[in-house]
Each structure stands twice: as C-alpha cells, then as structure tokens.
Design a protein. Structure first.
Length: 229
C-alpha cells in the first residue's frame, strides 16, 4: 500500500531542524566529541591570535566568530543532521508505504582499519567490522526495497511477514520512481530499524494509526454492500 502525503505532512514528518534523536545520532561517541572540542579550541585560539597580531578592531564580528568557534562542539551535530534532512526535503513528492518483511539476513561491514604492533614487534592490521541487519521489504504489487542498519538486540523480534512501514520519496507526482526512503517501522513490535532516524516518530506513528483505522472502517461497509446485493 502506498498513500501519497501532502507537502505539509511530509515536512512535519521530516523536519528542517534536527530532532533529539537526530542530534544524538551525530553527537557520536566520546572520541567524536573530543574531536569537535579540539576544533573549537584551535579555532578560538586562531581568532584570538589574528586579533592580537593584526590589531583588528571589528569587535562585533570577532565576538560572533568567537562564539561560533567556542560552541562548535555543541552546534555542529545540529548542522549535520539538518543538512541531511534538507537532502530528503528536496524531493518534491512523498508517500506512506506499508508492506511486509519479505526476508532478513545479517552481514558484516568493514568500517575501518587500525594499524598496531603485536608482542613480536610485527605490524598488524586490525579490521573494525560492524554487524548489520538487512531487510527486504515489499508489497503485493511487486515493489520491494533492501535496507540495512546497524544490528541491535531488539532486532531479534523481526520475522518474515511482519508489517513494515516507511516514507518513500520521489520527484514524480505518481511516485512511480522511488529515489529515497526513510527508516523502517514495524508496528506489531513498536520497533524501528534505522541507520539514521529521518522521521519525527510521533507524527509518523500517528499517520500510520489513522490509515489503519480508515482501512478497518471501510471493510464493514464493503461487507454490508455485498449482503445487500
């Protein structure tokens, strides 16, 4: 099932400014925080040195640049998430897709390599790998997509045949060509499968709930018509 979304609803579901979950995603690990903090310190020192050596008198400009640099570690995750949201919002049309989990499997992805030295003084390359869950989701029309995300303990509840919902995006008004799609929601388990949390989850689940209710309301009417005929 594919239901077109209005532009207003789409922009509610995928906001312009980063949500809390999106901010958390780009906040990263402690090493990422230290990297941003180091950039903040270096940038602030450079601004102060430039002001001291060149005697610049642009007080307000220097002040603004100093504040931006000092809080780079804080605002940069918001910027990253917001830019990713903008990339989705550039699509002109969107739709609410409901299908089923056709298949799932686990893979390993190489996310980095690290050189180290063992006890014998030999150079050893250590590969950092991440387990990921892969989902194939589709419907009765033959449409299907493959999606992968970091494996989480909650994913053990996923099974073939479960209903799966997402937002799909396109530049065609009839949504005949899907160019991007969001994270996946499995309502029977209240479970999200996500590499990046694109959606405002409260808005999205509300849309899904209303569509399910509308579908259930239509079924009795159809049966009644058949009986009357």
């Amino acid at each position: 099932m594919l239901v077109p979304l209005t532009r207003q609803k789409f922009e509610q579901i995928i906001p312009l400014i980063a949500t809390g979950l999106q901010y958390k995603h780009y906040w990263g690990k402690f090493a990422n925080f230290l990297q941003r903090l180091l950039i903040s310190v270096v940038a602030l020192v450079v601004i102060l040195l430039v002001k001291a050596f060149f005697g610049l008198e642009f007080g307000p400009i220097i002040f603004v640049l100093g504040v931006i640099s000092a809080f780079f570690w804080l605002w940069y995750p918001v910027f990253q998430a917001s830019m990713r949201n903008i990339q989705c919002r550039r699509y002109k049309y969107s739709g609410f897709f409901r299908g089923r989990v056709l298949d799932w499997w686990i893979t390993d992805r190489l996310i980095g390599k690290q050189e180290t030295v063992n006890n014998k003084g030999e150079l050893v390359i250590v590969e950092n790998r991440e387990k990921r869950i892969n989902l194939e989701v589709g419907d009765d029309t033959g449409f299907s997509i493959e999606f992968d995300a970091p494996l989480r303990p909650t994913h053990k509840a996923i099974a073939r045949g479960q209903i799966a919902e997402m937002v799909v995006m396109s530049n065609r008004s009839d949504l005949s060509s899907i160019e991007e799609f969001s994270d996946i929601y499995i309502p029977s388990r209240e479970l999200w499968v996500s590499d990046y949390p694109y959606l405002r989850r409260d808005f999205f689940t509300e849309v899904g709930r209303r569509l399910r209710e509308d579908r259930q309301e239509r079924r009795p009417h159809r049966r009644q018509r058949r009986v009357e005929e």
